[in-house]
Design a protein around this ligand. Structure first.
Ligand code: ADP
Ligand code: MG
Length: 354
């Protein structure tokens, strides 16, 4: 496998739409790299430029040691996987996997060898003569991956491959992708708009916004220290509480006198937006904290998410299931745990993070 470098990538379409502004990415050899962002932020265009399905307006793309600008898709040695379940139903597993090689007129001996190799690596040997419909979802996914593998690609590019599946199957398939990627040591660029999927899969996550890179980091980094309000809003479910606050005596203080532990390096009187995760707040019957009214609760089994209406806004609070508060109940909300990141209200960028 190989590393993939994207340098100053810019893509404007003939109608004037700028899909990618200026993008720099260094995807490491063997990395599962996730591109995450809302619809229209330029994920697919970036992937298509890497694959050679779209010509960049300017910038450079390197795959391994090779600058690929100007090379056709078939000359780039990469595999683009669209949807995992899009197999040819009338062909056997073996013929599905052989398909790209046959289409490229490879000699029969090579077809046999490559298919056997992929089948062995993906543990598909027992299923080679079956039709895809006789396989489980996970097995079908492995066949799709096998079909992509037979050409010995330098990298896999995946554009929202699990989008049309139901939630349960998606979670299973996600685990399988991660497992296979690790076992194969494959370089994988995986595009999704689903932050849960990105968090579960990525070695690193690139958060995209309007054709630009908003933040790049390991999942826990982007979760704990979103670099901007955009990233803060995008990662995490329920979303981060973004609370207007002012730096007072060693605290961030919000409306209703909610006290939040302050991160380092802020000055007294400074106005910031504190980014507090739902697990950074707690609800109690009374006592210390700001008063608020429970407007809704969602029981998730081991925990319950409360939405509490306080003077400083609507807060999402994550509590263990043992907590029992009712809708309409007046409660006290308090900040607990580490200091949250703080954002500048004007630039919307992080100014201090723990
Ligand atoms: P994503 O995959 O993140 O949803 P896309 O890369 O598909 O985003 O699209 C980025 C932007 O480029 C969008 O505004 C989209 O409408 C526009 N776009 C994509 N393809 C074309 C095209 N062929 N011609 C004009 N605009 C396009
Ligand atoms: Mg897309």
């Amino acid at each position: 496998m190989a590393e993939v470098l994207v340098k100053k990538l810019h893509k404007a379409f003939p109608d004037g739409t700028v899909a990618v502004e200026e993008l720099n990415l260094e995807i490491k050899d063997g990395e599962l790299f996730v591109m995450l962002g809302p619809s229209g932020c330029g994920k697919t265009t970036t992937l298509r430029c890497i694959a050679g399905l779209e010509e960049e307006t300017s910038g450079e793309i390197r795959i391994g040691d090779e600058v690929v600008s100007g090379l056709r898709p078939s000359q780039r040695d990469i595999a683009m996987v669209f949807q995992f379940y899009a197999l040819y139903p009338h062909l056997s597993v073996k013929e599905n996997m052989a398909f790209p090689l046959r289409a490229a007129n490879r000699p029969e001996s090579e077809v046999e060898e490559r298919v056997a190799e992929a089948a062995r690596m993906l543990q598909l040997e027992p299923y080679l003569t079956r039709r895809p419909s006789k396989l489980s979802g996970g097995e079908q996914q492995r066949v799709a991956l096998g079909r992509a593998m037979v050409r010995h690609p330098k990298a896999f590019l995946m554009d929202e491959p699990l989008t049309n599946l139901d939630a349960e199957l998606r979670a299973d398939m996600r685990a399988e992708v991660k497992h296979l990627q690790q076992r194969l040591g494959a370089t994988m660029v995986y595009v999704t708009h689903d932050q849960t999927e990105a968090m579960a899969l990525g070695d690193r996550i690139a958060i995209m916004n309007k054709g630009n890179l908003e933040q790049l980091g390991a999942p826990m980094e982007v979760y704990n220290r979103p670099a901007s309000l955009f990233a803060a809003r995008f990662i995490g479910s329920p979303p981060m509480n973004l609370i207007d606050a002012e730096v007072t005596n060693g605290h961030l203080t919000a409306a209703g006198d909610l006290k939040i532990k302050a991160p380092e390096g802020l000055t007294r009187g400074q106005k910031v937006i504190a980014g507090v995760r739902p697990e950074g707040l707690t609800v109690s019957d009374g006592g210390e904290g700001v008063r608020g009214r429970v407007v809704s609760k969602e029981a998730l089994g081991d925990e319950t998410i409360y939405v509490v209406d306080c003077e400083a806004g609507l807060f999402h609070v994550r509590m263990p299931a043992t907590a029992r508060f009712e809708e309409e109940q007046v409660v006290a909300v308090r900040h607990v745990g580490a200091a949250p990141p703080a954002y500048d209200p004007t630039s919307e960028k992080v100014v201090s993070a723990p």
